[in-house]
Design a protein around this ligand. Structure first.
Ligand SMILES: NC(=O)C1=CN([C@@H]2O[C@H](COP(=O)(O)OP(=O)(O)OC[C@H]3O[C@@H](n4cnc5c(N)ncnc54)[C@H](OP(=O)(O)O)[C@@H]3O)[C@@H](O)[C@H]2O)C=CC1
Ligand SMILES: N[C@@H](CC(=O)OP(=O)(O)O)C(=O)O
Length: 344
């Protein structure tokens, strides 16, 4: 009889929370009991798991003492307040927010890259930023074969990165603009439909926004290469739920395109998608709903002997957030590193 767990989803009504709920069911995660948490606004709302309704509770109404696993996606400030309380009560927290990612005591895990670090936690495990997860899955198999010296990436990030409300707003903006009306702009500083703009997280003195610095610092931590040179430009585009990235890589030694393709073809979590005859490469519309990161348009960088370029698209809500978190939970179960309290 497999062990089953009391699981809580914090932020269950959001874009990532909804996907977490679907993934637990779809992947048949061993759930004994499911507690769904959100803000006071959603308390009493019903969500469904395996066909059965579950009432959402406010986080403050829950005792974490009998919960084994918390999948948190209610934002950084909520995680900062509640994740340590849940961990102190003995739950393992897999946190989607950026609150603890750079904490040296918190592992930052992409299961295809550094699964072993998930086992070395003190109650909280951090799920990386979505653009960083997608890039790490694609670049790790290449880096293992031929170490990278420098990564330069430009992202094309979907509305889903700003939550469920932002996705709705882009649709409303498109309709308003087509009808000649003023588009609503609550989730972003400017209209996103028929537009694009640099990611609007706060800028530092060197001109990099927080999202860009997450790609720099989190990639270094996940790869275990503190000095890896990374520069990112993050752009929000009017796409609903998959992020894309154009990546230029400088290796210590040359890596041929055919070797890179061989490595990518057998890499976990990667699907090579390219047909040069028809100009068919990864597209966010096709990446949406897929577990794998789609990678293609792999070519030599004409400006550098040790350079390669590639293009990827990956579902931001799925592999970029919820799926990565569920895979970490599955890894803990597989390694028998998650014990149900009910059996203790
Ligand atoms: N790669 C990654 O790991 C990613 C991580 N994220 C993280 O996940 C978080 C959620 O993202 P997303 O689902 O897109 O956002 P949404 O805005 O779609 O959902 C936010 C969720 O958090 C809940 N919430 C908000 N404020 C509170 C509060 N004060 N107390 C309790 N619950 C609250 C909301 O509940 P209610 O419906 O009641 O308002 C809702 O369930 C992000 O803030 C980010 O930290 C997001 C994308 C990628
Ligand atoms: N990366 C998301 C924002 C986000 O949720 O990031 P994080 O998980 O690092 O807070 C975006 O596309 O905007």
């Amino acid at each position: 009889m497999p062990e089953a767990y009391h699981v809580a989803i914090m932020g269950a009504t959001g874009a990532v929370g909804t996907e977490l709920l679907e993934l637990l069911e779809e992947r048949n995660f061993p759930v004994q009991e499911l507690t769904l948490l959100a803000s006071q606004r959603s308390a009493g709302k019903e969500l469904f798991f395996k066909g059965k309704p579950i009432k959402v509770k406010a986080i403050s109404d829950v005792d974490f003492a009998d919960i084994d696993l918390v999948l948190a996606s209610a934002g950084g400030s909520v995680s900062k307040e509640w994740a340590p309380k849940a961990a102190t009560a003995g739950a393992v927290v897999i946190d989607n927010s950026s609150a603890f990612r750079m904490d040296p005591d918190v592992p930052l895990v992409v299961p295809e890259v550094n699964p072993e670090s998930a086992l070395n936690h003190k109650g909280i495990i951090a799920n990386p930023n979505c653009t960083t997860i997608l890039m790490s899955v694609a670049l790790w198999p290449l880096h293992q074969h031929q170490p990278m010296e420098r990564i330069v990436v430009a992202t094309y990030q979907s509305a889903s990165g700003a939550g469920a409300r932002a996705m709705e707003e882009v649709k409303q903006q498109a309709q308003a603009i087509l009808q000649g009306e003023e588009p609503p702009t609550e989730s972003f500083p400017y209209p996103l439909a028929f537009n694009l703009f640099p990611h609007n997280s706060p800028l530092n003195d060197q001109g990099y926004c927080q999202e860009e610095m997450k790609m720099v610092n989190e990639t270094r931590k996940i790869f275990g290469v503190p000095g890896l040179r990374v520069s990112a430009t993050c752009i929000r585009v009017p796409v609903l739920r998959a992020h894309s990235e154009a990546i230029n890589i400088e290796f210590t030694q040359p890596l041929t395109v055919s070797k890179a393709l061989d490595l990518l073809q057998t890499a976990p979590g990667v699907k090579v998608v390219e047909d040069w005859q028809t100009n068919y490469f990864p597209m966010p519309m096709e990446a949406s709903g897929q577990d794998d990161v789609l990678v293609g348009r792999v070519r030599r960088d004409l400006s550098h002997d040790h350079g390669l370029e590639l293009w990827l698209s990956g579902d931001q809500i799925r592999k970029g957030a919820a799926l990565n978190a569920v895979q970490i939970a599955e890894l803990l179960v597989d390694k028998q590193a998650l014990k149900p309290k009910a059996l203790a």
